[in-house]
Write a protein of this length. Structure first.
Length: 220
């Protein structure tokens, strides 16, 4: 019987901790896509208005197209699988963000800047979320500038609600300092791997055309 006004404290079983199991932390080179020879590629188009994405064909070398890098790293069975693609609509100008909250597989999702430093920052972000046992991070110039640890299954925190809420506010604020313009950058990231919502998604198996339910090449 819980007394009125009392808040029960529930302990998560230890089996739910240490659930980020990587084959290895991908290097910057492993997170770099070979650019298409003609510049044209399939690109995931995102907006703040809907979780549905667009399947775009864009010149990824054109800065006007707001191109960023995106990767998914399998984190449950240490397979070493990595999916790489491009995304447009994030607005990210530098650094990287990563999260282990990613419906429905909850692998590591990471978005990084299109510039040459992007893959290195993505690698640092992946390493940090793995070290924390899951969570969300913002990295710039090789340094973690904000983070939320989610060590329970890589999805939840044992900390009090208000403390976690403050940490979330700080990672979102730090993400905005990278140039990100989406209303909810980590929420948007969490849906980009959900390969049942059209049009284009990414998983650790690669780029998915949801309308065809098929893995498709990035370059054209």
């Amino acid at each position: 019987m819980i007394e009125p006004g009392a808040v029960p404290v529930l302990e998560a079983p230890q089996s739910l901790y240490n659930r980020v199991r990587l084959h290895h932390v991908p290097s910057a080179a492993e997170l770099t896509i070979d650019e298409p020879t003609n510049g044209k590629a399939r690109v995931i188009g995102v907006t703040s208005k809907t979780v549905r994405t667009k399947s775009l064909i864009l010149d990824v070398t054109d800065a006007a197209n707001d191109i960023a890098r995106i990767a998914v790293v399998e984190r449950h069975k240490a397979t070493g699988r990595i999916g790489l693609a491009y995304v447009s609509g994030y607005g990210i100008q530098r650094g990287a963000i990563a999260s282990t909250v990613a419906h429905d597989a909850h692998n590591i999702m990471v978005v990084g800047a299109r510039d040459a430093s992007g893959p290195a920052d993505m690698s640092v972000a992946i390493a940090r979320v793995a070290e924390m046992g899951g969570g969300q991070v913002v990295v710039v110039d090789g340094k973690v500038v904000a983070e939320v640890a989610l060590p329970i299954a890589g999805l939840m925190s044992p900390k009090p609600l208000l403390e976690v809420a403050g940490e979330i506010d700080r990672v979102v604020e730090a993400a905005r300092e990278l140039g990100i313009t989406l209303d909810a950058p980590f929420m948007a990231l969490s849906f980009l791997g959900l390969s049942v919502i059209p049009d284009l998604r990414i998983t650790d198996h690669g780029l998915i055309d949801v309308n065809q339910f098929a893995v498709v090449p990035v370059s054209l």
